[in-house]
Write a protein that binds this ligand. Structure first.
Ligand SMILES: Cc1cc2nc3c(=O)[nH]c(=O)nc-3n(C[C@H](O)[C@H](O)[C@H](O)COP(=O)(O)OP(=O)(O)OC[C@H]3O[C@@H](n4cnc5c(N)ncnc54)[C@H](O)[C@@H]3O)c2cc1C
Length: 489
């Protein structure tokens, strides 16, 4: 936008996690913020039709928690008061084919059902003076200012009365946060835009989750993850507390050759076939609470709207509507929080310098916020046979993938939790991959490996010259410039 911005009304399409984070940020800049949500708002923390993924456990990573806590001070405490499970000082197990490491959580974190998290944020938003929810309203088209390329509002269908009444709502800014089924590509095409090529990770991911109740006599059962073995098509297993007396057991596999079972009679047996029997043993102490339920993700998609020179002013897009990540890595909500923080930073800049091209700049920054998550997902998921990456290639993907495998193996075999913690911090977008993948780290791994396998593997990549090796590492591992991204203003 090259004309001065107006801050009267902003519309957010979708009242999911991204929608609420965006609305919270917008409420400091716009006089009125409307959240258009096609579902009826629940009157208790219940799953909704519009968020079918909510049945499955949702982890908030440390960076996400940090940003959400800044935007909604005290939300962690509130979740804990509502029955969330506090992981502070709690240990969790990380099990691989090479052994096990135990990690201790060093900060207060509330693990809850996603519906509970959404509920707490929604109650806060309902109390915001400048924010209004329009429930049972579905966004059906963008409105454009006549003879300009500016989005001037939204056409919505009021679903409270059948067959629905169509209304027009004007706005200075519309943000699409309607999730993975976003209609934005269709709306842009019908407005005559040509869409840039998307990046797609054809992941063919299968999920199956079953909840178990913890009876009072059960022993203390630590949360755990049993890392899958893509080369043997063995799923990953997750055993996670979601409440004081509920545990979620989740099986997942990518590539499409095997989808974890959703058959109640088969589920426990399938957990016994994971790399380690610990989850199967743990559930013998528990009482099944639900049947297993599946979720399939055919592909993760990353839109490149930032490349559109004719992107309409008055329009933005965030969250899953912009880019979906493989849910098994638990990064979607943290990515949404990072995008919300990016939006806040860009709105502050726009206020100070009214003539910047706000939307294009913001989309570029949002894309920057997605970069590391996309890179990590693609690298991890491409280990599964059948997964395909279409669009922008990732240089030296196999090298990075194998380096990470040896790194985790090194952490587990040498029992050094600090390396695994660093690995998790990278997956939470808190540290650069370059802190992990570098020549010094490689030398440590080679020295610690008595079998000589790592040294032998490195022969395939070694350029026999320090400078060339350094250049190779730099090419393989981009600088994601997290220091810039993590700034809150
Ligand atoms: C199985 C699974 C497990 C996951 N686990 C994790 C996890 O552990 N950790 C994590 O961080 N992330 C996880 N995610 C990802 C996470 O759910 C999302 O990334 C995150 O919630 C952000 O989603 P969103 O708000 O962008 O979209 P959504 O959550 O899909 O919300 C979109 C909202 O828009 C509404 N809507 C849609 N269309 C319209 C319309 N036309 N008009 C009005 N309203 C509309 C919908 O009703 C909905 O309320 C998981 C995802 C899946 C699929």
């Amino acid at each position: 936008m090259t004309q001065p911005m107006k801050y009267e009304r902003a519309i957010v399409i979708g009242g999911g996690i991204t929608g609420m984070l965006a609305a919270k940020v917008l409420s400091s800049f716009y006089l009125e913020v409307l959240i258009i949500e096609k579902d009826e708002l629940p009157d208790s923390p219940e799953n909704r039709l519009g968020t079918p993924q909510a049945f499955h456990p949702h982890r908030m990573l440390p960076l996400g928690k940090q940003i959400v806590e800044r935007l909604f001070p005290g939300y962690t405490k509130e979740l804990l008061e509502m029955g969330g499970y506090n992981t502070w000082h709690q240990t969790s197990r990380f099990l691989t084919k090479d052994g096990e490491l135990v990690l201790t959580d060093t900060e207060e974190t509330a693990v809850t059902r996603r519906a509970m998290l959404e509920w707490v944020l929604m109650q806060r938003m309902l109390r915001e003076e400048r924010v209004q929810f329009l429930e049972k309203h579905e966004a059906i088209a963008l409105l454009f200012e006549e003879e300009t390329t500016k989005v001037s509002g939204l056409q919505v269908k009021d679903r409270r009365i059948k067959p629905g009444i169509i209304n027009k709502i004007s706005a200075d800014l519309v943000i699409d946060t309607s999730g993975r089924m976003s209609k934005l590509p269709k709306w842009l095409k019908s407005a005559g835009r040509t869409l840039p090529q998307t990046d797609e990770l054809i992941v063919s991911l299968g999920y199956s989750t079953r909840y178990y109740q913890i009876p009072p006599e059960a022993p203390n059962l630590e949360p755990m993850v049993i890392v899958g073995q893509p080369n043997k098509k063995i799923p990953t297993g997750l055993f996670e507390r979601v409440d004081h007396d509920l545990v979620a057991v989740l099986l997942s596999a990518a590539g499409g050759s095997h989808y974890p079972t959703t058959d109640a009679d088969q589920f426990d047996a399938e957990t016994a076939r994971l790399t380690n029997p610990s989850i199967a043993e743990a559930i013998t102490h528990l009482i099944p609470y639900t049947k297993p339920k599946g979720f399939r993700v055919p592909a993760c998609v990353r839109n490149h709207y930032e490349q559109m020179e004719d992107w309409p002013s008055g329009l933005l897009v965030m969250g899953d509507a912009l880019c979906t990540l493989d849910p098994i890595h638990g990064q979607g909500m943290t990515k949404a929080a990072l995008e919300a923080q990016t939006l806040e930073r860009m709105l502050k800049q726009a206020q100070e310098n009214e003539l910047i091209s706000f939307e294009r700049h913001t989309l570029q920054q949002m894309q920057h916020a997605n970069e590391l998550g996309w890179w990590l997902c693609a690298i991890a998921d491409m280990a599964w046979e059948g997964v395909e990456l279409k669009g922008t290639p990732i240089p030296h993907l196999t090298f990075v993938q194998e380096f990470f495998n040896y790194y985790v193996q090194y952490a587990v075999q040498t029992k050094q939790t600090k390396y695994l913690e660093a690995y998790h911090r990278m997956h939470s977008f808190l540290i650069e991959p370059r802190n992990i993948i570098n020549l010094e780290q490689l030398q440590d791994m080679i020295q610690a490996d008595s079998t000589g396998e790592v040294g032998h593997w490195w022969q395939r990549w070694d350029q026999k010259n320090d400078e060339l090796n350094q250049a190779f590492f730099y090419e393989a591992v981009p600088d994601f410039q997290l220091h810039q991204l993590l700034k809150s203003n």
